[in-house]
Design a protein around this ligand. Structure first.
Ligand SMILES: Cc1ncc(Cn2c(C)c(CCOP(=O)(O)OP(=O)(O)O)sc2=O)c(N)n1
Length: 570
């Protein structure tokens, strides 16, 4: 009898899963279909967690948040062409926000696509992705799957984190390879995020500038939260005594109730500071590009920590660039202020900030204490704030216009990497994807505070949330429209036309989640909000609170009203 053993074989399907697992990746967010359905089945069969979505953009957003929380790339898997395109929005958003994720999409055969012969879901995905992500690769041979996935992982997390596109032509998955050769082709990425230390002379320049400051300010961006250098960042703020301002996703690095937080005096400190230390915060539109009336007339000198040298001088001259990873740079500054004879800021500066904070907080408290009917953003958010203050472990997702702007200042955060919002791009639709990503990865409950229009972008994922029985409470701020719900019908030819910003009056979003087995609550007062939110969190079940908000409350575009173009026509 023939005693020669036919060599054991493997295939592209198995090598993709083996390569991900070989790099300690255990979760895939995606939406199946040709050619990845069997790949996702195999992932599950091999013990990976596959979370199936209803739209690829939300799977991608979940993957992005997984990356932000873990510093390992979140994985989103989609079908070719339209599925890839739906995921591309999330990939571009991840890249803009510096969240590490890999969008893996099946694709059509090169020989057909390149001759444009009209393949099923034909698209040149690799080139379509290039402008919107940090790197994009295609793997054509099974023996290259190991190095290809390693390359994608390193590209996603090293340097400035971001989105990577990985293109897998359908035939690649079907290719077979000697099992031993396949095993040897796997690559475990070594030191994917190497420390990048700042030059000593750069550190000294920054310390000398800081020492000369009369009104120093520290600005913490979401990069500072991502860095997971929490203890050193807190020590640098507290040991230097310098007031700090957290950007929205950096809230919680230090508790928002911290004495050195200048959030309640944001306008004052941005205008009055003379030396500003930027830690993981870029001078983009969120910071008025570092110039103009936001920054007042006091000349500013910036110390900027960034991993990328070309970020420096992007908008305004930077007096003391510190290039390196945030952990290494903050650690160097922390050591330096101890040895460089740094003294705490003048009491005149910290006292002025305290005074301004106190005045602003008193003014805000007055609005918060009002209890109008129907509820407005403030009265609803006050009830939510008082519940969340008792549960610092709960993740908060937040999007909308007024809902985003008011929640950012009213809902205090106490722990890092617990607030996920529209971020650098101001994108709507991140809600349910971010909530699922945060719940799956952190294992902690999520409260998603959503404008009703914002919720609409990802609302169908309520079914996903119920299917995986995730402890996510979605609160819809229901004011019957985009921004507000009070626009008139402007159509001179149709008295029954619908105003461009309006939604169904009195919509009951709480009934939506009941359709999938979740628990719905309908609230019209802060007291009802308090009761419903407490019950929903305690239940640990997928829940939705439909919060009726006064359609007249708020402003168009929230605080961005001024970005709406105004015609010069008189
Ligand atoms: C993908 C996408 N589409 C549209 C917008 C424009 N937009 C939209 C549609 C917003 C929603 C505002 O309505 P809302 O009900 O969610 O907010 P309120 O909190 O003001 O009620 S905020 C905003 O900038 C966007 N930012 N992103």
């Amino acid at each position: 009898t023939d005693t020669t053993q036919t060599p054991a074989m493997t295939d592209g399907f198995h090598l993709v899963i083996d390569a991900l697992k070989h790099n300690d990746i255990d979760t895939i967010f995606g939406l199946v279909g040709i050619p990845i359905t069997d790949l996702c089945r195999l992932a599950q069969a091999q013990g990976m967690r596959f979370i199936g979505f209803r739209h690829e953009q939300h799977a991608g957003n979940a993957a992005a948040i997984a990356g932000y929380i873990t510093q390992k790339p979140g994985i989103c898997m989609t079908v070719s062409a339209p599925g890839f395109l739906n995921g591309l929005t999330a990939l571009a958003n991840a890249t803009t926000n510096c969240f590490p994720m890999i969008l893996i999409s099946g694709s059509s055969e090169r020989e057909i696509v390149d001759l444009q012969q009209g393949d099923y879901e034909e698209m040149d995905q690799l080139n379509a992705a290039k402008p919107y992500c940090k790197a994009s690769y295609r793997i054509n041979r099974a023996e290259d799957i190991g190095i290809g996935i390693a390359r994608a992982i390193r590209a996603a997390v090293s340097g400035r984190p971001g989105g990577v596109y990985l293109d897998l032509p359908a035939q690649l998955l079907a290719q077979t390879l000697d099992a031993e050769k396949g095993r040897k082709s796997l690559v475990k990425v070594v030191d994917p995020v190497p420390r990048q230390l700042p030059a000593p002379e750069s550190v000294q320049r920054a310390l000398d500038l800081l020492k000369s400051a009369k009104k120093p300010l520290i600005l913490l961006g979401k990069g500072a939260a991502y860095a997971q250098a929490d203890a050193d960042i807190r020590a640098f703020v507290e040991n230097s005594g310098i007031p700090y301002l957290p950007m929205s996703m950096a809230k919680g690095l230090l508790p928002d109730t911290h004495a050195q937080s200048a959030s309640a005096a944001r306008s004052f400190v941005l205008a009055e500071a003379d030396v500003v230390v930027l830690i993981g915060a870029r001078l983009n539109w969120l910071l008025s590009h570092g110039k103009g009336k936001t920054w007042g007339s006091v000349p500013k000198q910036f110390i900027q920590i960034d991993i990328s040298p070309t970020e420096i001088d992007s908008n305004v001259p930077i007096a003391a660039p510190l290039i390196g990873d945030i952990g290494s740079c903050v650690s160097a500054l922390l050591k330096g202020i101890e040895t460089n004879g740094h003294s705490k800021p003048d009491a005149a500066w910290t006292g002025a900030i305290y005074e301004r904070k106190d005045k602003n907080l008193t003014k805000m408290a007055a609005t918060l204490d009002l209890n109008p009917s129907p509820m407005n953003f403030h009265s609803a958010l006050r009830a939510i704030r008082d519940i969340l203050k008792t549960r610092p472990d709960i993740n908060v997702v937040n999007e909308g216009a007024n809902t985003l702007d008011y929640a950012r200042s009213i809902i205090d955060m106490y722990e890092p990497r617990k607030r996920f919002d529209s971020g650098t791009w101001g994108i709507m639709g991140i809600g349910m994807g971010y909530a699922i990503g945060a719940a799956v990865i952190s294992g902690k409950p999520v409260v998603a505070i959503e404008g009703d229009s914002a919720f609409g972008f990802s609302g169908m994922e309520l079914e996903t949330i119920c299917r995986y029985d995730l402890p996510i409470v979605t609160i819809v701020f229901n004011n019957n429209g985009v921004y507000k719900g009070t626009d008139p019908n402007l159509n001179p030819n149709n008295a029954n036309d619908v105003p461009v910003t309006s939604f169904v009056k009195g919509a009951r979003y709480d009934k939506m989640i009941e359709a999938f087995g979740g628990i719905g609550y309908h609230v019209t007062t802060p007291a009802e909000m308090t009761a419903a939110l407490s019950k929903a969190i305690a239940s640990g079940k997928p829940s939705l609170i439909n919060a009726v908000i006064d359609p007249n409350a708020g402003t168009e575009s929230g605080r961005l009203t001024n970005l709406n173009p105004q015609s010069g026509k008189k």
